[in-house]
Design a protein around this ligand. Sequence first.
Ligand SMILES: [Zn+2]
Length: 521
Amino acid sequence: MLRTHLIPVLALLAIHADSHAAERANEKNSALADALASVNATDLRRHADFLAADTLEGRAAGSRGGQAAGGYLIDQLRQMKLHGGGIDGAFHQAVPSGGRNILAVVPGVDPDLRREVIVVGAHYDHVGYGNSRNSNGPIGLIHNGADDNASGTAALLEIAEALSRLPQSPRRTILLAWWDGEEDGLLGSKHWVANPTIAKDRLRLMLNMDMVGRLRNDRVEVTGVRTAHGFRRWISQWNDEPVLSLDFQWEIKGNSDHHPFYETGVPIIMFHTGLHDDYHRPSDDVERLSFGGMERVTRLMLALLLDAANADKVPAFRSASRRETTEYARRQFERPLDAPAPRLGLAWDAKDTTGGLLVKAVDEGSPAGRAGLRPGDRILALNDARWRHEDEFRALVWAAATPARMLVQRAMSDTPIVVPVELAGSPVRLGMAWRVDEAEPGTVFVVQVYPGSPAAQAGIQLGDRIQAAAGREFATSDDLLGIIAGQAGSFELRIERNGAVKTLTVSGLPTFPAPPEATEP
Ligand SMILES: [Zn+2]
């Protein structure tokens, strides 16, 4: 499920202008670009305006307003010329407790893969006039549920329309589902899972949107990222400019329609733009939606859907996610290592660094102190290496073998002297430690950054996930060590931070033979 980048294909075209493969890839890319562009704030607003109007009386499952909302969805699907996804091609599936799921299907075109199904869903019901169980008050007024979940409902309509306009349908089959009765306890999605209109063993992935209308600070909560290997990396790859800040959750709450699918062992992903004061109140109105934000969130969901539907393989359910669905598990995994002790323990005059570093202070009992270094000394060389900039000196100290030899010009002395220093700790070159994440092969998670090290100077932060070094991806932690060991001077690291992929440049990496980096299995 690796994305096809637009740029490389265009570059390929320039070189092999007559290549049919490149033309086909380019057509595919432009179809994708058209599909993404067809999702727009104007259409999202039109759908949300209808669904969250007072005339629909809060869309309670089984109510007049709920019935009207379902009718609107079916009308839209008919206009798009999509097929019903219920039994015998029906657009709905009755939910015995009241209401109905609205279903549409886009049959896959690949002779083998069309058997496999991606479900993308959103609940369209809300709480009507509210009651003491489902409303945060005041009750008795229409709860329009603009964010919850006219937003997801509108987003899914835009996705449906984009699918209906594709020049060619995706390889896998896609089931679009607007669930009813979510607010009464996920009744619609539970009913579907118990009475599937498509055999459950055909399901490969379930995508859910619940409350995607209040994007603030670009932040989107993403649930389910650990339900299959590599989901985090996959989602981040599609998070294009302007990037969303993805808050990947470990906990999988039973609070929306992904949950019945998760329970039966289907990988899931849910998008959610966060709670707010209007949640389950009459004030959850359409005026408070961010349609620009919805457009961005919907486009990312559509990109994921299309990629999953066209990929050669969709990763299987990762059952270990069941043991990890707590904040505690996440904190345990993400806990940083303690900052390493300084190897030298002295401070120098940052304003006077020409011709060596002028020592300003020496920590008591530090390696520098024990070696007899003192304020006023000027450090000229470390293990015969000199530097142009104090950052290089910091990197040299982290990387130096011990005992180290310092060439020091002492005040009032004519010739420099050699001072042996027992540096603290072991030498490191790049200056970071990482942890392997079983859920995310081919990436490592940064748990320690040495202050002043080349890693720190490159801007690496705790919690970053390394995806590639020197332009090379890696399978294991050892592979990454090998790539780094082969670098000197400067090289690039590709990292992912909050779902955004960035390239950082490491420079000043010492060139002498490298000790292994600090890692933790
Ligand atoms: Zn909801």
